[in-house]
Design a protein around this ligand. Sequence first.
Ligand code: 5GP
Length: 204
Amino acid sequence: MAKGNLFVVTAPSGAGKTTLVAALLAADSQVQLSISFTTRPPRAGEVDGKDYHFVDRTEFERMIAANELLEFAEVYGNYYGTSQVWINDVMDNGRDILLEIDWQGAEQVRRLFPTAIGLFILPPSLETLENRLRGRGKDSEEVIARRMAVAKEEVNHVDEFDFVIVNEHIDDAVRDIVAVVRAQRLTLARQSVRHTALISSLKG
Ligand code: 5GP
């Protein structure tokens, strides 16, 4: 068993996942975020290698064929995927890894790593979700309705996750995600691997 934990965080867009994950990373230096590869063009302010590794479809399809991806999915017509090589290196070093991926990717990861821990982030209400998806009010009703439908489709998969965090007040939600990560490091399975020598030296 690898020394590190593998956390998978999934949420409908509008649940505040990115803010929550950024706060977790700031609070806990043992967690390493996997930077996904995507064919989606960068949004304003996004940095290549920090937010995503931005690649074209040809390169992404080459990565699929070369088995360089742990999982991948097509979301809103763009490819998104997790680097296999990076994950193996970090896990071998005993660090915890966090993947911020959609439910389809989470399903693939669960199959490959049955001990992966799934966290699902929920908005506090349908109204909040809709308000967040409306953004700055520049999108058509059709676009908003489509985003709502996609968000609900994501929530249909909540039962496949181990932990559920309701992001009503960000400070509480940050405490919740930090607590889940810390508690997960203290399970017998993890501690037995990390402290084998200590435990055996203390046993009578
Ligand atoms: P966005 O384009 O808004 O950054 O992300 C759109 C969706 O793609 C989100 O649900 C996000 O979690 C998901 N996503 C981002 N990276 C990956 C990845 O590497 N694999 C999978 N399966 N989904 C991803």
